[in-house]
Design a protein around this ligand. Sequence first.
Ligand SMILES: Nc1nc2c(ncn2[C@@H]2O[C@H](COP(=O)(O)OP(=O)(O)OP(=O)(O)O)[C@@H](O)[C@H]2O)c(=O)[nH]1
Length: 432
Amino acid sequence: MIKRMLRTRSMRSWVAFSLLLALAPLAVFAALTFQLLDRGVIASYADVSYRMRHQIAPVQLLRLHIQGSVVPVDEYLEDRNPQHANAYRMLRAEIEGEFANLLEALGDDSQIAGLARRSLDDWTEADQAANTLLHTAHPHGDPRLVELLLQYHGRVESAIDKLAAVYRKLDSIVESDYGVASLFYERSLWVLAIAAFVSLLTIIFSVRLISEMLSGSVDRLVEGALKFADGERDHRIEVDVPPELGRVANEFNIMIDRVRASESKLAELARRDPLTGLPNRREFDEALTEMRSRLDRFGERWSILAIDIDHFKAVNDTYGHAAGDQVLKAAATTMQRVLRPYDRLFRTGGEEFTALLPDTGRAGAGEVAERLRSAIERAEIHYRETAIPVTISLGVAVGNREHDDGSLVEAADTALYEAKAGGRNRYVVSGD
Ligand SMILES: Nc1nc2c(ncn2[C@@H]2O[C@H](COP(=O)(O)OP(=O)(O)OP(=O)(O)O)[C@@H](O)[C@H]2O)c(=O)[nH]1
């Protein structure tokens, strides 16, 4: 289904699709990891930090201060120095403030707050006992003083014990918060690892998919280019996926068509004489070989006419080279018109022509030679209003199995030579 969808899209869409495919799992897992870190790790660490600063540290300080508050009271009872009483009062003010802050920080934490409040109750009773001790007139060692002192110490101990219980409970909460944070941190690492793995899989999948879809098209392009290099001109490159490569294939096909057209034009030009438009000597040689093989295979009769314009040099000398060209063209046109459709005329030299006459024996060839001779003699060839009299001489040779290509042409040439020697404007049949 993905392949079918991609087939209609451009290569840019393919890249966008594969990026999306590779990044989508990363994005989803990144959002999941963020949730885990935010809710599990950051929130737990924030809770831990709050408890450390606002609950655990104050509880420890409070324990120290309550413990320390015993010293000025004991010292006062030793020497009745009012400075010790003042030191106690300052410490008490601090302890009261710290209790208030702690209870506020514990807030709704009912069990721990209840413990802290009971510690405050103990401290309040201890403070009352301390106040009585600081105002008592009983001498040192008096049994009532000792009892009051014991009561004071007992309350202080009890307040400290309850604060120690508060500390232990807070410590266990912090411990479990650390546990939760570590668990969530570990999970988020796993999620990230899974994300990276899934992303890698999707990258591999999309790269394979795209290269599979591209490779067929690229192979066809390469195959087309190799065939073109080998000279094959009929091969068409069929690529439509992706559209970009389809356009490359299309342009390539257009280029092949153009090369083929210009090659066949060049080939055609190479086989034609530009002045008269007749096929040239090269074409004649091939036609001769072909004719020869037909003679061998089917026993067909055929003849060859060697044709030469008489005194052509004089035409050039008298009327100019341009007039000579005009005579060549007019002679070619005239002879073409006279020949039968299946006869073939070639310009095989300067003022020399050759005609190949298929299925033509001695008598027929003589007739054609005479028709040509008389047509040229009667033709009115003009150059710039001036009529130029033109005649031709012809040598006729009739092909048979004994002739090879060279000897047949030679025979026609010899006959032509005889026609020239015999006075020109005539034909001679070889062997007559
Ligand atoms: N104008 C023109 N002259 C050409 C062309 N090709 C060859 N010729 C000329 O044709 C003349 C041929 O002269 P020759 O070979 O002496 O033959 P000729 O004058 O026809 O004499 P005979 O063949 O003996 O009758 C030369 O002067 C060439 O320069 C051509 O394409 N155009």
